[in-house]
Design a protein around this ligand. Structure first.
Ligand code: SF4
Length: 395
């Protein structure tokens, strides 16, 4: 982060002052949402926010361009991922694929290879498909209509608005995790952000607030505020440039917002992964391109174990189910633990021998290969499977 944030102390506003927050009074309605901000509130809020942003924002590479392609790449990479993590991936990706045409022409394996380590590989597939459609159906130009852009794979309302507001100065609002949190606190929204009624209300708030001029800058500013000041835990209200507009701060209820929904149930899963060897080669499988998780990535055969099934029994059953191979389990290599959404997965890795090489795949996998050790490293792996590969390297 190159821009610093002022930590000057901020006084709580006097009660009864002619404060802008007074113009955003709450009204009772069917579901008790705060009243939408009026134009005067919006103008004052924008000015305070944008002034702060111009002085303090982080210099991130996608903020120095109005190229819609580069902005789209950054937006897809930033989904579920911190900006600091994205920066080197974004640079490498743009070096290799500087425009829509180069990405559209690239083989998917190469795109996934550059994405390796960022996670959520479906994003890479969607971006690759979107580039191909834009080149094929739109002559490599970005449509200016958000609804047209939203029809492309991997592009929702937020991404379409973020790209069009930054690249073409279209006054379109955005709502994502950071802006949603800021608005929930500013207007003390009494319902969880996951509710669809709250989502609709948030988009209405954003529509009222987005700047008619330089909307991209406003959208970047509200996200930057959420990412660097209005943090999920311990927001830095003393340094907040818009504290005077914030109900939660005014009533000292910052920790009460956003309101939490019911906790998601965590599911524990036990799996076995099998490193199957035949002479000097190991069996690896490529996941189907439409797989829910890790599409088109390579992996060792693995699956959930049954209750009351021993690990060697699971090794034999899983190898048979996924590849039709008869294997002989030899020894455990170790454990890999990881989380996917609400699933906590404990995977035991086993070594096993196969006498034959003929395999039959299920619909889960697209291809299977017997490879030597040095060849394994050239494939695109998911993060948990790369840990299995590291285990094999050490064995
Ligand atoms: S005052 Fe605090 S809670 Fe309110 S918007 Fe600023 S950082 Fe967030």
């Amino acid at each position: 982060m190159t821009g610093s944030v002022s930590r000057g102390s901020r006084r709580k506003p006097e009660s009864g002052s002619s404060h802008p927050i007074r113009r955003s009074r709450r009204v009772a309605c069917g579901v008790c949402f705060p009243q939408l901000p009026d134009e005067q509130f919006a103008a004052q809020f924008r000015e305070a926010l944008q002034r702060w942003y111009l002085q303090h924002h982080r210099r991130l590479p996608w903020r120095a361009t109005q190229d819609p392609y580069a902005i789209l790449v950054s937006e897809i990479m930033l989904q579920q991922t911190q900006a600091a993590t994205v920066v080197p991936y974004f640079r490498r990706f743009l070096d290799r694929f500087p425009d829509l045409e180069s990405l559209a022409q690239a083989p998917l394996e190469e795109v996934i290879g550059l994405w390796q380590g960022l996670g959520y590989y479906k994003r890479a597939l969607a971006l690759h498909q979107a580039a191909r459609i834009l080149v094929r159906d739109h002559a490599g130009e970005f449509p200016r209509e958000p609804m047209v852009l939203q029809r492309l794979p991997g592009i929702g309302r937020y991404t379409a608005h973020a790209v069009l507001s930054q690249a073409f100065d279209l006054s379109l609002p955005i709502i994502e995790a950071n802006s949603a949190r800021v608005y929930a606190r500013m207007f003390t929204c009494a319902q969880p952000l996951t509710s669809s009624a709250v989502q609709r209300w948030l988009w209405q708030v954003a529509e009222r607030l987005v700047a008619p001029r330089q909307p991209g800058l406003f959208n970047q500013a509200i996200m930057e505020l959420g990412a660097t000041i209005c943090l999920p835990r311990q927001p830095r209200c003393d340094a907040c440039p818009v504290a005077q507009f914030c109900h939660a701060w005014r009533y000292q209820r910052v920790t009460d917002f956003p309101v939490r929904g019911p906790a998601r149930t965590v599911v524990q899963v036990a799996e076995v992964a099998i490193v199957i060897r035949n002479q000097d080669r190991w069996l690896v499988l490529q996941r189907a391109p439409d797989a829910d998780r890790w599409p088109s990535l390579w992996e060792f055969p693995h699956a959930e174990t049954f209750l009351q099934e021993s690990a060697p029994q699971a090794v034999q059953r899983i190898a048979q189910q996924l590849t039709a191979l008869q294997v002989t389990p030899s020894q455990p290599l170790g454990h890999v633990r990881f989380s996917v959404t609400r699933f906590r997965i404990a995977m035991t890795v086993w070594h096993a021998w196969a006498q034959k090489k003929e395999i039959t795949l299920t619909s889960l996998h697209h291809a299977g290969r017997w490879l030597k050790r040095h060849q394994l490293r050239c494939l695109a792996w998911s993060t948990p499977q790369r840990r299995v590969l590291a285990m094999l390297d050490k064995s």
